[in-house]
Design a protein around this ligand. Sequence first.
Ligand SMILES: Cc1ncc(COP(=O)(O)O)c(C=O)c1O
Length: 372
Amino acid sequence: MNIETLAVHAGREIDRTTGAVTAPIHLSTTYEREADGSYPRGYSYSRSANPNRQALEKTLASLEEGSAAAAFSSGSAATMSLFQALEPGDHIIAPIDVYHGTARLLRELFAPWGLETSFVDMTVPKEVEDAVRAKTKLIWVETPSNPLLKIADIARLSGIAHAAKALCACDNTWATPVLQRPFASGADLILHATTKYLGGHSDVLGGALIARAEDAFFQRIKKIQAGGGAVPSPFECWLVLRGISTLPYRMRAHSENALRVATFLSQHPAVEATHYPGLKEHPGYETASRQMTRPGGMLSFQVKGGRAKAFDAAAKVKVFIRATSLGGPESLIEHRASVEGPETRTPDNLLRLSIGLEHADDLIGDLAQALH
Ligand SMILES: Cc1ncc(COP(=O)(O)O)c(C=O)c1O
């Protein structure tokens, strides 16, 4: 089935007792046990499994064409569970421009715990090959990257991982399964911050890991999920599932709007550079055209005149909202370097845009007056 149909039906089951077409939210934390001690309906305690989480996990696995999924209480909790499934002494290769929260987890929490990470430029596969060691167990890919929209070649990087007998995990938060299928390019695991496009309305935190094969490593992740308990509530699962049902149509609109805004910015005299993989001059254009069906709803640009001019433009917007995050219906603008902290590599004159579902003409008009 096509993704539009899966997004609506994969996790939907008519409620047998009432006929409800939209799933009820099962708030019960505990489930009845039979006299013989068994749980014939498959649920015992809501941290281990509950119907809303199961429906969400089934849908996520289906959209990514994976075997199984594990839902978490945030994207970072999902990321952390994957790192926890490794052993102290293992080595990870991650992008130099990985989401700053992921970099912080690796540097501040997992380095003291014994995981070593090499941060490299993933647009240069040779740098990844050179970083491989005997103890390399994971190559972490994030494409498009944040906030410079760099494009890494997933097939190439998963090939390097497999040659090293390591796993390749891809953070597919920005692209979503509508625009990019990392399993088709050889990835073993996919991460989503469902907080973003999957939830789609800036009203729920969540994360997920999806596995190509339900193997021993994934069983370990499931053990961390159920035992550690960083799980989403039934209501949060319900909200993400509701968001997913419109995901394919939203991604089309985000992408169409973003291309129009990026084209406008790339021709504007007050703009030094525009970073969007849908522009032909973007260094990742060819790879993005191959591995993505559309270039997505995120972009960034650098304002001529430095940090002060960037702040000035962000101060003047009327439709865009100055806020972090992405993937909601409302367009957001953010001065990224000041959010990322002192170790940031982001240029000081860069503004990141999450392009929403407003009319593109209104977004362009807003940026035109802000850059005036
Ligand atoms: C690419 C990417 N991965 C992971 C995360 C972490 O997600 P969460 O904020 O739900 O923990 C984010 C958050 O911005 C993100 O942009």
